[in-house]
Design a protein around this ligand. Sequence first.
Ligand code: C5P
Length: 393
Amino acid sequence: MNIVVGITGGIAAYKAPEVVRLLRRAGHAVRCAATDHALQFVTRVTLETVSGAPLYNDLFASGGTEHISLREWADIVVVAPATANCIAKLASGIADDALSTLLVATEPHHVLLAPAMNSGMWRHPATERNVAILRSWGVSVVGPESGALACGTDGIGRMADPAAIVSAIDGIGCGVLSSQRWLVTAGPTYEKIDSVRFIGNYSSGKMGFALAEALAEAGADVDLVTGPTSLAIPSLPRIHRVDVESAREMLAAVEAVWGECHGAILSAAVADYRPAEQADHKIKKQGDEGLTLQLVQNPDILATLGRSKREGQTLVGFALETDNEEANATAKLRKKNLDFIVLNSLRDAGAGFGVDTNKVTILGAKGGRWESGLMTKREVAQTIVRVIMKAEV
Ligand code: C5P
């Protein structure tokens, strides 16, 4: 890819040459664009040497249109570090120097920001609002992280590690899914027993929400059909959230859009069974007897989509297996007519329900196999999206 690394005036600018070095080592072509303040922290000579290309710092140096030619050249503009000022200017559309002009000339989903600033500045309502606005336009944001800050305090505000910035770039996909519609299911289902009780499970919806975000960041319009969860809707305009409660409601919501979709990733933990009867009043305790609930099978949403899958549609399911994991997952992949199945690891602490991290193995219908390490669910989602976009299935 062609990548512009923008550098603004924060102490973390001293790490920008490392970002450039890692990107070049990964085979990308890099141009640097720095503000005057950034050049207080890192020199023109350093940036031109590590990038192997002239620095873009003067709006008028080559006739005043370099921001347009650079925008056309670049697949992505990464700003590392991005100061509060740079974020505020972009959220307001201010273009008053070379880098900010390039940023306003670039489509939001081709921009990745790696903010770095003091904790108070990161938590300032203006910065929070500006970051939310930028995200809602499709700008990606990596970090900041917590740790020791240059001002001598500890807290949130450290720029993400150069290596994390490089993997975030890989995860963005630069709008490869623009004009595609994708469907994601997330969360648990609740199966009603009576007017106040249900059968449910511990799924938090985090994996599905992260998948919806990763798809939207790659440019797709996403229908996110979710069971009950306390998660807030990801703040991306291309995600359309539909809330459902039971498996049957989820099936109806999914069937309403599947025909229009390029693909679907079904990560919801759908209840396999529901009570055969659902009382419309609270069931009362009766004597000393137990209570027997008769359960009937729910529809298998994934298998239903697999049966009606058209040429060109991609269908991805999840599997949680306790024994013969890969063999069982592969059997499921065939039986349900999937293109990929994502096998959740049960063996690793930090993977699975509720937690923020996960570890998966992705199996493709044509024998492909990819393993993620233990990563945040956001990174796992980006890995899954990258694999299903690029893989020879
Ligand atoms: O067969 P199993 O339940 O292990 O399959 C898991 C996969 O199937 C997940 O992708 C899940 O979202 C989906 N599923 C479904 N409808 C069901 C049960 C599971 O879509 N009733």
